[in-house]
Design a protein around this ligand. Sequence first.
Ligand code: ACO
Length: 403
Amino acid sequence: VVDIRALYQQSGLFAYDPGFTSTASCRSEITYIDGEAGILLYRGHPIEQLAEKCSFLEVSYLLLNGELPTQKQYDDFVRQVTYHTLLHDQLSYFFQGFRRDAHPMAIMVAVVGALSAFYHDALDIRSKANRDLSAIRIIAKIPTIVAMSYKYSIGLSFMYPRNDLGYVENFMRMMLGNPCEEYHENPVLVKALDRILILHADHEQNASTSTVRLAGSSGANPYACLTSGIACLWGPAHGGANEAVLNMLLEIGDSENISHYLEKAKDKNDPFRLMGFGHRVYKNYDPRAKLMRQTCHEVLDELGLHDDPLFKLALELERIALEDEYFIEKKLYPNVDFYSGIVLRALGIPVNMFTAMFAMGRSVGWIAHWDEMISDPEHKIGRPRQLYTGKTQRDVLSIGERE
Ligand code: ACO
C-alpha cells in the first residue's frame, strides 16, 4: 500500500484512478472483503455464520458498535428501535405529493431526506448521543417508509407499525398486508427476508457507502447523507441490479434463449451485460450469492414452488455462464443480486420495490460508516482531484467576433 497523501505532500505527486479501482478512500474497521478468496467479514465475523446464527438487528448492533450484543444489550436495542418505528404524522402527507406510479426509490430519496426537517437534533453531529439516536431512527423508520411507498403506489391505505411484532414480521405485515398477511407468521419466510437484510447490510466502500461518506465529510446531517446513498444505490450497476436481473430473466424467458443473451453480453458493441454477474472486488463466487441461492431453495420449497421456472432459468444461466471462456477469463461470477430477486418475488415483493429492499438492509451500513467517519477526529472533507483535459487558457471574444 502506497501512502499517496504523503507522496503528494513531499513531491506533489498524485494518483489518477478513475472509478477508484485501486485507491483506499479511508481506513475502516467495519467490513473486510477478500475478493480473490470470496470472503466477507463484518467486524471479523464470517457472513455465513452471521446469516445462520444472528438476526438482522443483532447484525445492525454489531456493525454500529463493533461487537455482537449480549442478550441484555440486544433487548435494549430492540426496544429502542421498536419505539421509533412510527413516522411523524406530517411526514405521511409527503406521499400524497407523488404520482401513484412514481418509482419507490424516488419517494425514498425525498422522504428520507425530509427526516432532517423533523429531527433537528440530527443537525448537531458532534454529539455522539445525537448520532446514535439518528442511527436508531434510521433503522426503525426506513421499513415504515418502504412499506408506505408501496402501499401508496397501489392505492391502499398505510398500515401502521405493530410493536408486538419482530422487526421483519412487522415490516412484512406493513408491506404485504392482505392478501399475504400470513407471510409474517411463517418463520421460513421471515428468516429469508431477515437474511436478505443481513447480506445487504454492509459491503465496505461500495458506491453508495462512499457517496454517504463523501456527503458526510462536509458535516451534512445523517438523513441528508443517507439520501445521497439511496440515490446512488438506485443505479442499475449497483443496487438497481436486483430489479434488472429479474427483468432480464423474464426477457430471456426460456433456457433455449440463454446462449443468445450470453453472446450479447460478450459482444463489446452491444451495451447488454449479464445482470447479477461480475463485481469490482469479488473475482470469485460472491459468498452472499451462495447464501442467497440456498435461501431461494428454502423459500421456494416452503411455498411449494420447487418448479419455479425463473429459478430454474437462473440456475441454468449460472451453469452455462460459469463454463463459458469469457466469464472464466474475466472472473465473472454471480453477485448477491443474481438470486435475491427470485426470493423477493416469491415473498410477494413487487419488482419495482427490490432496490428499496436493498436500501433497507444497507441503511445500517451507511449509518455505521457515517458514524465511524465523524467519530474520527482526523477525518477531512472528501475532495478528489482531477486530471484536467480541457482547453488551455484563451481570450474571450465578444459575441460578434465569434464564428
Ligand atoms: N456481463 C458481461 N461482461 C461483463 C460483466 C457482465 N455482467 N461485468 C463485467 N464485464 C466485463 C466488462 O465488459 C469488462 O470487459 P473488458 O475487460 O473486455 O472491457 C470486464 O468484464 C471488466 O468489467 P468492468 O466494467 O471494468 O468491471 P467493474 O469492476 O468496473 O464493474 C460491475 C463491476 C459494475 C458490477 C460489472 O461487473 C457489471 O456491470 N455487472 C452487471 C451489473 C450488476 O450485477 N451489478 C451489481 C453489482 S453488486 C452490487 O452492487 C450489490
